[in-house]
Design a protein around this ligand. Structure first.
Ligand SMILES: *[C@@H]1O[C@H](CO)[C@@H](O)[C@H](O)[C@H]1NC(C)=O
Ligand SMILES: *[C@@H]1O[C@H](CO)[C@@H](O)[C@H](O)[C@H]1NC(C)=O
Ligand SMILES: *[C@@H]1O[C@H](CO)[C@@H](O)[C@H](O)[C@H]1NC(C)=O
Ligand SMILES: *[C@@H]1O[C@H](CO)[C@@H](O)[C@H](O)[C@H]1NC(C)=O
Ligand SMILES: *[C@@H]1O[C@H](CO)[C@@H](O)[C@H](O)[C@H]1NC(C)=O
Ligand SMILES: *[C@@H]1O[C@H](CO)[C@@H](O)[C@H](O)[C@H]1NC(C)=O
Length: 616
C-alpha cells in the first residue's frame, strides 16, 4: 500500500513536468506527506521530493505553498512567506544528497521529526597539547569584592508592533496591523509594553535596557536573537538594536549571534556551500556594530570566523570567547546539503581550541558565550559531543558558559563521566538566560556577582517585569496592569538565598558545577523545590505543569544533567511528539521560536490533520 502511494506520487511529480504548478500537484504532494509515518517512509518520500526539487526552486516552493494552502492551517500570506524563503533551501539540499544517506535521515528529522538519533559520528577533535597541570588562580583567603555582570538574551524585538492591534491572531506573529484583518473587531488588544502572545515592542526593550543600566555592572553579555519570531530579518533590525544598546548602555557589551539573526531565520550556509544566499552580511553588520565594544581585532574575527570572536575584558585576566552555534543547529537546513562528513563547519571548533590554548598559555580564564545551549536536542549530537571533548580538555580554563535560546531560566551540567553523574564529576555548567520577549514567560534578565580573581559566579539574581501570570491565559486579565503604564523591574529571585539554602551552600562558596549538581539532587528529592524551579522557568507567567504523571520531572532533571545533546532525555518520537507539543499553545510558541518558524510543526499538523480523516 505504501509502495503504491509512492508510485502514485512519482506519477504526480512527473505530471508537474508539464510546467505550471497545479492544485493537482500540491494535493499529490500532500498525499505523499501523509504517507510518512516513520523514518523509512520519510526517507522513501525524499526520493519523489528530490525529483520535484530538480524541477527548480520555484516549482518546489510553489508546490509547497499549495500544500500549505490546501491544509487550511495557515493564512495564505503565511504559507507563501514561509515556503518562498525555506523552499529553495530544502530543494537545494534534496538535489545534493542521497536520500538514503545519514544526511537524508537527518533532513527527515529536521523537517518531519523522524529518524532522530542520539549517536554522534565518531570524531576526535584535534588538540594541540595534552592537558597539562595548570593551576587555576587560588582564591584569596578573603575573597575580593565581586563585580557585577548583566546577562540579557532573546530580545526578539518586533519593530512593527502596533499598540491596539490584535494580540491573538492567526499569523506567525501578532500585534501587527495586517491588511487581511483590517476591520475585524479587536478581541485582545496589543498593550503598550508588550503582550504575552507577541514579541517585544521597542518600548519594552528600552525599558529593560534602562533597568540594565541601573546596575553598576562591569559589562553586559547578550546571547543573541535580536529580531522577532517572523521569518525575515533586515540589516536594519540588527543595526537598530546595536544603536539602542549604545544609547542606553555605557559599559562594554559582549554579544553572540543567534539563530534569528539572519534571514530567513536559522539560515547559515556553510562556507563550503556554493550559494548566493550566504549570510556574510550578518557578520559584516555585526562586525561593524560590535567593534565599539569588542575592539578591532575581535571585530575582524566576527567577519572572518563567521560571527565568532575572542576578546580580553579590559584590566582583567578574563577572556570572552563568543561562538556562533548556528553551524551545529539542527534547524539550520543548510547543514543537510552534503553527504561528506564535515565535523567542523566553518572552523568554529578549531577557532575555539586555538583561543582556549592561547588563554591557557597566557594564564587567562575564559567565559564562553553562545546562543544555543549544547545539551538541547536542537544541537546536532555530533558537534555537541565535539564541543564537550574540548570542554573536558580545557575545563580548568573555561570558568563560565552562558547561553540563551530556550527563553527559559535553566542550566545544564557537564560531567567528566556522563554515566556517573555526581557532584565530584561535574566539570562545567551552562547558565541559560531567560528571554526579554514575553511569549514564553515574563520578560527577564540575569545579574551575576562575579569573583574578580576566579571569575566564578557567587550569586545570580533574576530581574523581571511582571507582565502577566496564569490569569492572563484563563481570563485575559493582567493581574498587575501597572506594568503597562509604568514598567518596573524587580528581583524575581536570588539564587543564593533560594537555592543556596536548599543545597547547604557555604557562605563563601561559588555556584560551582558541583553546586548545580547538588541542586538537581534536591529537585529529585523535594517536589516542592522542583515545582518552584518549574515556576521560575517562565518567571511565573505561562507556567507549564510538570509533575511525575508523564515522567516530566525525571526528564527535566535528566536534561539539567546533559551538556551533550546525546545525553538529554528529550526523545524525539516523531510526529506524535510534535503534535502533542503543538497542542499546547505555550509549547507551540516556544518550539516555533526556537526551532524556526514552526515549519516542522506545520508539516506535522498537515499530516495529522489529513490522517485523522475517515479512512477511504
Ligand atoms: C486565542 O484565540 C483562540 C480562538 O479564538 C482561542 O481559542 C484561544 O483561547 C485564544 N488564546 C488566548 C491565549 O487567549
Ligand atoms: C592576572 O593574573 C596574574 C597572575 O595570576 C596576576 O599577577 C595579575 O595581577 C592579574 N591581572 C589582573 C589585571 O588582574
Ligand atoms: C571555511 O572556513 C574554514 C575555517 O575558517 C577555512 O579553513 C576554510 O578555508 C573555509 N573554506 C572556504 C571554501 O572558504
Ligand atoms: C554536594 O554534595 C556532596 C554530597 O552531599 C557534598 O559532599 C558536596 O560538598 C556538595 N557540594 C556542594 C558544592 O554543595
Ligand atoms: C523542600 O523545598 C522547599 C522550598 O521549595 C523548602 O521550603 C523545604 O524545606 C524543602 N524540604 C526539605 C525536606 O528540604
Ligand atoms: C525517576 O527516576 C528515578 C531514578 O533516577 C527512579 O527511581 C524513579 O522511579 C523515576 N520516576 C518515574 C516517575 O519514573
Amino acid at each position: 500500500m505504501r509502495l503504491s502511494k509512492l508510485l502514485w506520487s512519482l506519477t504526480a511529480v512527473a505530471s508537474i513536468f508539464s510546467g505550471r504548478v497545479s492544485a493537482q500537484s500540491s494535493s499529490e504532494i500532500l498525499e505523499l506527506l501523509e504517507g510518512i509515518v516513520d523514518c523509512a517512509t520519510c526517507q522513501a518520500a525524499l526520493i519523489p521530493l528530490q525529483t520535484l526539487a530538480h524541477l527548480g526552486n520555484d516549482v518546489f516552493s510553489d508546490t509547497f505553498i499549495g500544500v500549505c494552502d490546501l491544509s487550511g492551517l495557515e493564512d495564505a500570506d503565511v504559507c507563501s512567506g514561509l515556503f518562498t524563503l525555506i523552499g529553495p533551501i530544502i530543494a537545494h539540499d534534496l538535489r545534493e544528497i542521497d536520500a538514503t544517506s545519514l544526511t537524508g535521515s537527518r533532513l527527515c528529522d529536521a523537517l518531519f521529526g523522524f529518524c532522530a538519533s542520539k549517536t554522534p559520528q565518531a570524531f576526535t577533535v584535534p588538540l594541540p597539547t595534552p592537558a597539562g597541570p595548570i593551576s587555576p588562580p587560588s582564591t584569596p583567603a578573603v575573597r575580593n569584592t565581586p563585580f557585577t555582570v548583566v546577562h540579557i538574551s532573546d530580545v526578539h524585538i518586533d519593530r512593527d508592533y502596533t499598540v491596539g492591534s490584535e494580540a491573538n491572531c492567526t499569523k506567525n506573529i501578532c500585534c501587527r496591523n495586517y491588511a487581511d484583518e483590517a476591520g475585524e473587531p479587536i478581541i485582545d488588544p496589543a498593550q503598550p509594553f508588550g503582550s504575552p502572545l507577541c514579541d517585544a515592542p521597542v518600548s519594552l526593550a528600552d525599558s529593560m535596557l534602562e533597568a540594565v543600566a541601573a546596575f553598576e555592572a562591569q559589562f553586559v553579555i547578550f546571547t543573541g536573537d535580536v529580531q522577532e519570531g517572523d521569518i525575515c530579518e533586515v540589516t536594519t533590525d540588527l543595526e537598530d538594536f546595536n544603536a539602542e544598546l549604545l544609547s542606553k548602555i555605557t559599559i562594554p557589551i559582549f554579544p553572540a549571534i543567534g539563530n534569528h539573526d539572519s534571514s530567513p531565520v536559522n539560515s547559515f550556509p556553510r562556507n563550503t556551500t556554493d550559494t548566493t544566499l550566504d549570510v556574510q552580511w550578518v557578520f559584516d553588520t555585526q562586525s561593524a556594530g560590535w567593534e565599539q565594544w569588542i575592539g578591532s581585532a575581535a571585530s575582524t574575527q566576527v567577519d572572518d570566523i563567521s560571527g565568532s570572536y575572542a576578546v580580553s575584558v579590559p584590566n582583567t585576566n578574563l577572556t570572552i570567547l563568543s561562538l556562533n552555534t548556528m553551524y551545529w543547529y539542527r534547524q539550520n537546513l543548510w547543514l543537510y546539503d552534503s553527504d561528506t562528513f564535515q565535523p567542523d563547519p566553518n572552523g568554529i571548533l578549531s577557532f575555539m581550541v586555538e583561543q582556549l590554548q592561547a588563554a591557557e598559555d597566557a594564564g587567562r580564564l575564559v567565559w564562553i558565550l553562545g546562543h544555543i545551549p549544547l545539551g538541547k536536542p536542537d544541537i546536532i549530537e555530533d558537534q555537541s559531543n565535539y564541543y564537550d571533548q574540548i570542554l573536558q580538555r580545557y575545563k580548568d580554563t573555561i570558568v563560565g558558559q552562558f547561553f540563551g535560546h530556550s527563553h527559559k531560566d535553566q542550566f545544564e551540567i557537564a560531567y567528566s563521566d556522563y554515566s556517573d553523574q555526581t557532584a565530584a564529576n561535574a566539570v562545567g555548567v551552562g547558565l541559560i538566560c531567560p528571554a526579554l520577549t514575553p511569549t514564553s514567560g515574563n520578560p527577564a534578565f540575569k545579574v551575576y556577582d562575579v569573583d574578580p580573581d576566579t571569575f566564578g559566579i557567587m550569586n545570580i539574581r533574576v530581574i523581571f517585569g511582571l507582565l502577566f501570570d496564569h490569569m492572563y491565559y484563563l481570563q485575559r486579565i493582567f493581574t498587575d496592569p501597572t506594568f503597562q503604564t509604568d514598567p518596573t523591574w524587580t528581583v524575581y529571585y536570588d539564587a543564593r538565598e533560594t537555592y543556596g539554602t536548599l543545597v547547604g551552600l557555604p557562605a563563601d562558596s561559588e555556584l560551582t558545577p558541583a553546586f548545580w549538581h547538588n541542586l538537581t539532587e534536591v529537585f529529585a528529592a523535594n517536589e516542592t523545590a522542583f515545582q518552584m524551579f518549574n515556576t521560575f522557568l517562565s518567571r511565573g507567567g505561562n507556567v507549564v505543569a510538570c509533575d511525575d504523571t508523564d515522567n516530566c520531572r525525571n526528564t527535566t532533571i535528566c536534561d539539567m544533567r546533559a551538556f551533550r545533546s546525546q545525553n538529554n532525555c528529550d526523545l524525539d518520537e516523531g510526529l506524535f511528539n510534535l503534535r502533542r507539543r503543538s497542542a499546547d499553545m505555550s509549547q507551540r510558541q516556544e518550539s516555533a521560536e526556537c526551532e524556526g518558524l514552526g515549519m516542522r510543526e506545520l508539516l506535522a499538523e498537515i499530516q495529522s490533520k489529513s490522517r485523522s480523516k475517515p479512512a477511504k
